[in-house]
Ligand binder design. Structure first.
Ligand code: FES
Length: 245
């Protein structure tokens, strides 16, 4: 076990614990954007910055990636941390002025409007969509280019040949930059320039699941055939009638 101090509170943590996890165990909130507990840390948004003192030198680090170390002293909310965090959020607000999540974060830090020129982006390049797609084993999207031209897209910016339409990327996106739309026959994902044919529910005939996703789930053997083949409504009906008998 490692002993460290976070905001004047001592804590013992297991080797491999991050500062974010140690702070959270003490009930100390640190804002995050690109972090998700189900995925490996990435450290791109810098919203979770904290100050550490190691030896005699203080420094700012991303708490979601920095490991707890023996004797480390951490401050999560001092003037330097708050000033830098505000700058990071202000830059994000200028990039994505319409994002509810960023506006809320900015509001909590007392930022009404950014001092920088506003853009009209919705993606903050946090990489959550890329990471979740990779961890599912699909890898249908990735980063391209550098600097101001960096973006997340499909290979060669063409409709994805492997996207399952599972919506995990949209679910994790903190800024709602990825939208899925189901029409009568297809699931459309504009950001990935991809449309997927929907398979009908054999019970009610309603198209509800992308064919590719259904095949993937069957191959994984994680769910019962009924959970994969039937739409949610028919699944519930079937469960209700089984419970009633
Ligand atoms: Fe830590 Fe984004 S949450 S860098």
């Amino acid at each position: 076990m490692i002993k460290l101090v976070v905001d004047n509170q001592e804590i013992e943590a297991k080797e491999g614990t991050t500062i974010l996890q140690a702070a959270s165990a003490l009930g100390i909130p640190i804002p995050t954007l690109c972090f998700h507990e189900a995925l490996g840390p990435y450290g791109s948004c810098r919203v979770c910055l904290v100050e550490i003192v190691k030896g005699s030198r203080p420094g700012l680090v991303a708490s979601c990636t920095y490991p707890a170390e023996e004797g480390l002293v951490v401050e999560t909310n001092n003037i330097r941390v708050v000033r830098t965090r505000k700058m990071m959020v202000e830059l994000l607000l200028a990039r994505c002025p319409h994002s509810e999540k960023i506006r809320e974060l900015a509001n909590n830090l007392g930022i009404a409007e950014p001092r920088f020129d506003k853009e009209d982006e919705s993606c903050i390049l946090c990489g959550l969509c890329v990471r979740v797609c990779r961890e599912i084993g699909i890898n249908s999207v990735g980063f391209i280019q550098r600097g101001a031209n960096r973006e997340v897209t499909t290979p060669f910016q063409k409709p994805s040949e492997v996207c399952l339409g599972c919506q995990a990327c949209a679910f994790l996106c903190p800024t709602d930059a990825i939208k899925f739309e189901d029409t009568a026959e297809e699931r459309k994902i504009d950001k990935w320039k991809t449309s997927l044919k929907l398979q009908e529910c054999p019970s009610c005939g309603r198209p509800f699941i992308p064919e590719r996703l259904q095949i993937y789930l069957k191959g994984k053997d994680l769910l019962t055939p009924e959970a994969i083949d039937l739409c949610e409504l028919c699944r519930r009906k079937s469960l209700g009638s089984r419970l009633a008998t």
